[in-house]
Write a protein that binds this ligand. Structure first.
Ligand SMILES: [Zn+2]
Length: 370
């Protein structure tokens, strides 16, 4: 393909992916084919059918490397960088694979979201709880869930609510995902020896009121977070656990004693994102399903020109574990029983199925067996 034509085609392809709200674009060389896929609302879709000829792989790879100022002569080592198209920034990562180099572009946040806690999709009761606990002068608030479950947006929305003149808010992140005016954000840099723990200790000497820790991954970070949460700071962070109650177990495994947890932990939010049914093409399923002991109708995904595979956009599912005095006693006794009135992720999801917002299949995909 002519150089100019190639440049134009790649630009067009990237803009199309952005237009479809893709979060990632994959360029994959296989033995006999070249595949380009994009991730939309958490699911991968083929971008071009039929796939472009494998012969184009080298040209496309070279062009993407030029766009992001990577070394086009280097094929044997992974590289990473950044490129800008339109007003969007993308992170690029290359990797040598069996048949060439695979490239993944990750679209950075375009700041379209307002990042307010009102837009998270929390129920009125959960929103009130979150607001009240964000107003605490000290303590630890954790958001848990797998990668891509929307934890960061929840944390940033919380920070944005706290972002006032009278509060010094600091964050340590890997990497800084969304720049926020008024917040002192530091990225860790492992190559330079700048770890979460080192930044956190430095932050404690910066007269902080609120501290955000991108993720608690190790004992040292957990210990500093707990210590800060007990000495007059509000600490917000994330943990990689499936449910809210597992956060307690995970911190125990990291060596945090229950007496420290019971006195510092205030709230654990577990969350997931499920795809929303397209309102233009959803269809009622033939058979009803049994939810909460009642037979209810539900919808299945279809697909039309206004959506992808019957889905468009995502909505959050939340499970809030509030550390009440009673829960504190349970943590101390190492016998946590979930409150009867707590809405679990599964219950939150089933409610959306009942409302026709999403499908049972989507809920199963995101939560596992239901
Ligand atoms: Zn549709």
């Amino acid at each position: 393909m002519q150089e100019e034509q190639l440049i134009e085609s790649i630009d067009k392809l990237l803009l199309e992916a952005l237009d479809k709200r893709a979060s990632d674009i994959h360029f994959e060389p296989y033995q006999h084919s070249y595949r380009i896929r994009m991730r939309i609302d958490g699911v991968l879709h083929d971008m071009l059918t039929p796939s472009p000829p494998l012969a184009l792989a080298k040209q496309i790879t070279a062009r993407l490397k030029i766009m992001s100022k990577l070394n086009i002569a280097e094929h044997r080592l992974p590289q990473d960088g950044q490129l800008v198209i339109d007003r969007y920034a993308m992170r690029i990562a290359t990797l040598p694979v069996m048949n060439g180099e695979k490239i993944v572009l990750r679209v950075m946040d375009n700041h379209e979201s307002e990042l307010t806690i009102n837009d998270l999709g929390l129920t009125d009761a959960d929103l009130l709880t979150f607001r009240q606990i964000l107003d605490y002068p000290q303590g630890l608030i954790l958001v848990t869930g797998p990668t891509g479950s929307g934890k960061t947006v929840t944390l940033y929305s919380g920070l944005k609510r706290l972002n006032k003149t009278e509060r010094n808010i600091c964050s340590v992140e890997d990497p800084i995902e969304i720049p926020l005016e008024g917040i002192n954000q530091t990225a860790i840099n492992l190559k330079a020896g700048l770890t979460f723990a080192i930044v956190l200790r430095a932050l404690l000497r910066q007269d902080p009121d609120v501290m955000m820790i991108g993720e608690i991954r190790d004992r040292e970070t957990a210990e500093i977070a707990i210590q800060a949460a007990q000495t007059g700071h509000l600490v917000l962070s994330t943990l990689h656990t499936n449910s809210s109650v597992e956060a307690i177990t995970r911190l125990n495994q990291m060596g945090i004693e229950n007496y420290l947890l019971s006195s510092s932990l205030k709230l654990v939010i577990a969350q997931r994102l499920v795809r929303k049914l397209c309102p233009h093409c959803k269809v009622v399923a033939r058979e009803q399903i049994k939810l909460d002991n009642e037979q209810v109708p539900h919808y299945v995904a279809s697909g039309c020109l206004r959506c992808i595979g019957g889905y468009k956009g995502r909505v959050g599912l939340y499970e809030l574990l509030v550390i009440t005095p009673d829960m504190q006693k349970q943590i101390l006794a190492n016998q946590v029983v979930l409150p009867a009135n707590m809405t679990s992720l599964k219950m939150a999801g089933q409610k959306l199925v009942k409302q026709g917002m999403t499908t049972l299949a989507e809920l199963n995909r995101v939560l596992g067996d239901t």
